[in-house]
Write a protein that binds this ligand. Sequence first.
Ligand code: NAP
Length: 287
Amino acid sequence: MDRFGFLGLGIMGSAMARNLLRAGYEVIVWNRTPERCSPLAGVGARLGRTPGEVARACPVTLAMVADPSASGQLCFGDDGVLEAMGPGKGYVDFSTVDPETSRRIASAVRAKGGRFLEAPVSGSRKPAEDGTLVILAAGDRPLYDDVLPALEVLGQKCLYLGDVGAGAAMKLVVNLVMGEMMVALCEAMALARRAGLSCDGLLDVLSAGALANPLFAQKGPKMLAGDFEPSFPLKHAQKDLRLALALGDRLAQPLPTAAAANECFKAARALGADDEDFSAVFRAVSA
Ligand code: NAP
């Protein structure tokens, strides 16, 4: 397989499509806002006019868009992916969505004879650029085997988790941990500050023991510097907590800490932090 469609050229999609081009694949791209295609065209991508046009031209089409509504529109919208699906066609959606959205897309694609894989990723802008994502795939196993060489260009670790829904659920569980850890760090820094302690000193202490982790090490100093340049937009982090809470609702799993973290992210959105990095939740927690 040497040609892929790629739909959605945001922070993650641009970096991933670029890595496929760099690895020698032919890539046909589409983005809702067409201007975002230009940098990819500059490094050899062909342009498609609609998701359906891209999917018709490629044996396998990949997608990386914002949320369940965007994933649904790509698939079910006018000249969407579904219109191009048929026997022999594959569709891989990397977007972080809920298991229900993923299953709805999978059954529509399969009803037309196509193959579907959900493949949400763990890792942010830098891992996407470096090709070191962790890919949480689930769905059609033969499709997974066919696209694995390309997934290995994008990720350092590719996992096949079984039926559609398992990848989406795993991703939401992982991002629940990330959201809670981020709010824990924000509260600790806010409290340290009020207690007259040095926040740099706090980060130093945290990094020295059992609580050391790359998230605190990478985000902490930037948060103290007021640098909220987005790697992972805050609106998407809140979406992930919202979807994790909905999963908890459906399964009657109490998630009190995630619910509290979600309220912090909502407060940050109300401050206008949607398009800042998710670490900007610090602005709400320390207000
Ligand atoms: P982003 O920079 O905000 O890009 C979002 C992309 O979705 C853009 O291409 C946008 O198109 C497109 N989009 C939004 N609504 C759409 C719609 N209704 N129809 C078609 N396209 C639509 O986001 P990102 O950071 O790349 O994240 C993409 C996905 O990866 C999200 O599900 C996110 O949760 C997940 N993720 C992100 C990270 C990260 O660190 N950034 C890490 C892991 C997973 P326009 O350009 O037209 O707006």
